[in-house]
Design a protein around this ligand. Structure first.
Ligand code: ATP
Length: 309
């Protein structure tokens, strides 16, 4: 698997403030990765270092195998970037603006039309070409920002808070747009909206106070070490029997009613307790109704990380 982004020991200070502390992560080619974190976590700083906009104090970043500081123009040719506040020129029409961007990026005249129309169709701007950018809704302005980012068909797309300030319908549209762009590019985008990251990403990197606190596929992160056990009747000795298993920390009786007794089995390590719990159920001859590994939402994981930071 090709590594599209490699960030090694990235540290960035603003005077006394250490905005990033030895941040490390890789992004594989073709992934959609969400960079998630509360306000001030360092998301924008990370992105600005990735795009070569800021020089890190320490550490190294490569994009598509190229060192960002040593080969900035080659990196820029491979990266499409939507900044937090895209500088759009409100008096310009959509097509005028995109032509200007194509010129700035040195797109040869012969390719200009194909590239501009590609970006326009991908972002659904074909009906707005002659409209001044200042007259567009915020969602459409954001599309113009994305269109300029994908214009030169970059291998990597970096989007800083792409849905900030949009209404719920526009948010859904932009999310779908991001997903569709993933067929051509690797995508890294920042967000502080959990549901957004959950809806769009394969992987999430959680940044808190300038440090990476989690880096995992969504399904991995959602797995918990706890299990839920439901029996057909409340029998004696459930807690005692399960607590004798190694890896079980706690057994919490949750609900009991006719034909139903539910327990949470809390584990201490990250492995699945279900097989061992099932062995006990069988050995003791309990009548099983349900046994499952609990799944946590990204929100639970995120809240735990923020609270423990
Ligand atoms: P938000 O979600 O609010 O945009 P963020 O995760 O993008 O936050 P950054 O903007 O990267 O966070 O900021 C990280 C830290 O660095 C914060 O403490 C911020 O105050 C500080 N910071 C950011 N830019 C500057 C700057 N130009 N000068 C001084 N401090 C800065």
């Amino acid at each position: 698997l090709w590594v599209m982004i490699k960030v090694a020991s990235l540290t960035k200070r603003y005077g006394e403030i250490e905005a990033l502390r030895r941040v490390e992560f890789d992004v594989a080619s073709g992934d959609i990765v969400g960079l998630l974190g509360p306000n001030g976590a360092g998301k924008s700083t990370t992105i600005r270092c990735l795009t070569g906009f800021f020089h890190p104090d320490e550490g190294e970043i490569t994009v598509d195998g190229l060192n960002v500081l040593e080969r900035p123009s080659e990196v820029q040719a491979r990266v499409g970037y939507l900044p937090e506040n895209t500088p759009l020129y409100s008096d310009m029409t959509v097509q005028g603006y995109l032509r200007m961007i194509a010129d700035l990026r040195g797109v040869p005249e012969s390719e200009k039309l194909a590239l501009i129309s590609g970006a326009v169709f991908a972002t659904g701007l074909d009906q707005r070409l002659t409209q001044p950018i200042g007259q567009l809704s915020k969602g459409f302005r954001q599309r113009v920002g994305i269109a300029q980012a994908i214009l030169h068909r970059p291998r990597l797309l970096i989007l800083d808070e792409p849905t900030i300030g949009l209404d719920p319908t526009q948010v859904v549209e932009i999310r779908n747009l991001i997903k569709s762009l993933a067929s051509h590019s690797t995508i890294l985008f920042s967000s502080h909206i959990l549901s957004e990251v959950e809806a769009v990403c394969d992987r999430v990197i959680i940044l808190i106070n300038g440090e990476v606190k989690a880096d995992a596929r969504l399904e991995e992160l959602a797995q918990s070490q706890d299990a839920t056990l439901v029996l057909q009747e409340n029998v004696e000795g459930v807690e005692k029997n399960l607590l004798s298993l190694s890896g079980v920390n706690q057994v919490v009786p949750l609900r009991t009613s006719e034909g139903y007794a539910e327990f949470r089995v809390v584990g201490e390590s990250k492995f699945d307790l279900c097989p061992a719990v099932f062995d006990v159920v069988r050995r003791e001859g309990w009548s099983l109704r349900e046994l499952r590994r609990d799944v946590r939402t990204l929100e639970t994981v995120f809240t735990e990380l923020v609270n423990s930071a």
